[in-house]
Design a protein around this ligand. Structure first.
Ligand SMILES: *Cc1c(COP(=O)(O)O)cnc(C)c1O
Length: 373
């Protein structure tokens, strides 16, 4: 059994993908070829955003808008500690300061009730609060109705880290629409993945879109990459990856339905002794991961060992909340400062989850878990 099975999907569309790759080899436009623009058009139609800027990874999708906003030393960016390192790494790369706030124990997403005090804290430290990066953890969008109210009242830039949530929605408004910019990843294991690194940025703001396109190609003036008007990066998506994504996007909605079915089957059959991620009404998650809470880290260890003995892979996302990672030691957070994130980190684990997971494999997992209790 695989934790994420990419082979079954490939078997379904292999011929189409091969054709698309051959077409790129024929025309030879490996950098910014026509497939890149075709994909951008399809992605903005899918998310109903005005502008889509593909880029080299989910991490660069976060970095580029922060560069565009001129984030730098003295700026504070509020975010969750219960996420992948990339979310906060981009803040530190620009020499700005991440301010971590605690999460909901039920959805594992940042709790907007903690934002106001983070703003006060930033000001006490003589930092300028500039932005919030909200993460849609495991594919579940954060609570944007409340977050947006605060960003609007305080003139903060809102970034949606949608690396895990492409395809998710709230009231049928798609992930990609919730921030001033939204950033996603096409890393192979994400809900929509390519066969290498890739990412995309979404926005409805034309000026910002132009700036970000320039930054994606070394701050070029938009016509000539040898005329550079600002500091940028090499942040382009490969044409071959765009070609692959065009084919994968065609089956993506049917895969979302399969993910939903599989997670519902887990939900219904796994005993209530395991807490599940709470999905609020009118929220639809892309189910990047299916995660459960054990009672304690010891309990989790026992569960994961039992699964492993039965050849069932499981993973921990995330075992160390970012405020306690040694890379952020200089920020001065102590153990116990963000209690919910720390508690969840001790107890969470994720089960195999992908659109092609077999019912009989799910039954084995479910029985093992329920017998354990
Ligand atoms: C995967 C991920 C990223 C980074 O994406 P890459 O494509 O790997 O650079 C950023 N944030 C979150 C929440 C992620 O899960």
């Amino acid at each position: 059994m695989e934790f994420i099975d990419l082979k079954s999907q490939q078997a379904l569309i292999k011929e189409k993908i091969n054709k698309r790759i051959s077409a790129v080899l024929e025309h030879g436009k490996y950098i910014m070829g026509p497939e890149v623009y075709e994909l951008e058009k399809r992605l903005s139609e899918y998310t109903k955003t005005k502008f889509c800027i593909t880029c080299s990874s989910g991490t660069d999708a976060l970095l580029i808008p922060l560069l565009a906003k001129g984030i730098g030393p003295g700026d504070a960016i509020i975010t969750t500690p219960f996420t992948y390192i990339a979310t906060a790494e981009v803040i530190s790369l620009l020499k700005a300061t991440p301010i971590f706030i605690d999460i909901y124990p039920t959805t594992f997403n940042l709790d907007p009730a903690n934002i106001e005090s983070a703003i006060v804290y930033a000001k006490q430290k003589k930092l300028t609060p500039r932005a919030i990066i909200a993460v849609d953890l495991f594919g579940l969008p954060a609570r944007y109705r409340l977050i947006k109210k605060i960003t609007e009242d305080n003139d903060l830039f809102l970034v949606e880290d949608a690396a895990q949530s492409f395809g998710a929605n709230i009231n049928n408004i798609k992930s990609g629409k919730f921030g001033d910019v939204s950033c996603t990843s096409f890393f192979p294991a994400k809900p929509l993945g390519c066969y290498g690194d890739g990412g995309a940025i979404f926005t409805d703001d034309e000026n910002l879109a132009e700036l970000m396109k320039s930054i994606r190609v070394h701050g070029s003036n938009g016509y000539d990459k040898y005329e550079n008007v600002r500091v940028g990066i090499n942040g382009r998506l490969d044409t071959i990856q765009a070609a692959i994504l065009i084919e994968k996007l065609k089956i993506f909605n049917s895969e979302l339905i399969l993910r939903e079915k599989i997670s519902n089957y887990y939900d219904i059959n796994i005993s209530d002794n395991f807490a599940k991620q709470y999905i609020p009404k009118n929220y639809f998650t892309s189910r990047a991961q299916y995660s459960l809470l054990a009672d304690s880290s010891q309990h989790r260890k026992e569960i994961m060992e039992t699964l492993k003995k039965n050849n069932i892979p499981s993973m921990i996302y995330y075992k160390i909340p970012l405020h306690l990672q040694s890379v952020f030691k200089n920020l001065g957070y102590e153990k116990g400062s963000l209690k919910i994130s720390e508690n969840i980190s001790q107890r969470i684990f994720s089960l195999p989850m992908h659109p092609y997971l077999k019912r009989k494999d799910q039954d084995v997992i479910i029985k093992l878990l329920n017998d354990l209790r």
